[in-house]
Ligand binder design. Structure first.
Ligand code: 6PG
Length: 233
């Protein structure tokens, strides 16, 4: 496995509003999928959780293609029953995946209903040996990303597990599973998505160079945001 993490400062792509961001980001994801499939026969994509990506996933229903070569993973999951509406997998399924013919065997949900420890150990065995093609991530108001939270373990060292059991998360539910920082970085591209004034403080902390999970994972990433989230407005 290529252990070189993505280097360099993030690039900030500011869009006038969430609708414009959604349109451009969905197109960018499809372009990346086409390029990966043409070059390597498959597109390995890690999905972001939370609510922000919902509109992008919905836009992919009509904008996506060559679905038979898409392979999907989750950056993190909440330890809830599979059909619970708060599950990240349930959100992606309801707005996107149930509407497109990606082979079910290529949609890799985190079995978080097993409990954090067992799910983390199991999920580590299904991750692809190679780098992902694209990792999508959100950012929380406290600067967390996936389920990597300030003051907890982020898994920066590539000799640590690729998938972490998360306990006492400050964002409910407390029990979660998350890809580690180093495993999230093993990707050709990382896109963060942030919209709304609620993300302004976290992005400002990132730009100040503060030690937050999003900044450590997001070295060399592209941050897709709307004007409301941009701290300099
Ligand atoms: C989760 C997410 C988490 C999310 C951020 C932003 O399971 O909660 O993985 O990292 O991306 O908290 O959430 P919103 O997009 O809902 O603001």
């Amino acid at each position: 496995m290529n252990t070189e993490a993505i280097r360099g400062a993030p690039s900030w792509h500011i869009h006038p509003d969430a609708e414009a961001l959604t349109r451009h980001l969905a197109r960018a994801i499809v372009r990346m999928a086409d390029a990966a499939i043409t070059a390597r026969g498959a597109f390995h994509l890690v999905l972001a959780g939370g609510n922000t990506p919902r509109a992008v996933y919905a836009a992919l229903v009509s904008g996506g293609r060559r679905w038979d070569a898409w392979h999907l993973y989750h950056g993190d999951e909440r330890c809830l029953p599979p059909q619970n509406l708060q599950r990240n997998s349930r959100m992606a399924e309801s707005v996107w995946l149930q509407h497109v013919p990606i082979p079910r065997a290529q949609i890799h949900d985190i079995p978080a209903e097993m409990g954090a420890e067992a799910a983390a150990a199991t999920y580590a065995t299904i991750l692809p040996p190679q780098r992902f093609d694209l990792v999508l991530l959100g950012i929380g108001e406290d600067g967390h990303t996936a389920s990597l939270f300030p003051g907890q373990q982020w898994g920066l060292d590539p000799t640590t597990p690729a998938v972490l059991a998360v306990h006492n998360a400050p964002k409910a539910p407390a029990e979660r599973v998350s890809l580690s920082a180093w495993r999230l970085q093993q990707s050709r591209e990382i896109f963060f998505i942030a919209t709304g004034s609620g993300k302004r403080d976290a992005l400002a902390a990132w730009r100040r160079g503060e030690e937050i999970p999003a900044a450590r994972v997001g070295v060399g990433a592209t941050v897709w945001l709307d004007a409301a989230a941009w701290p300099e407005t």
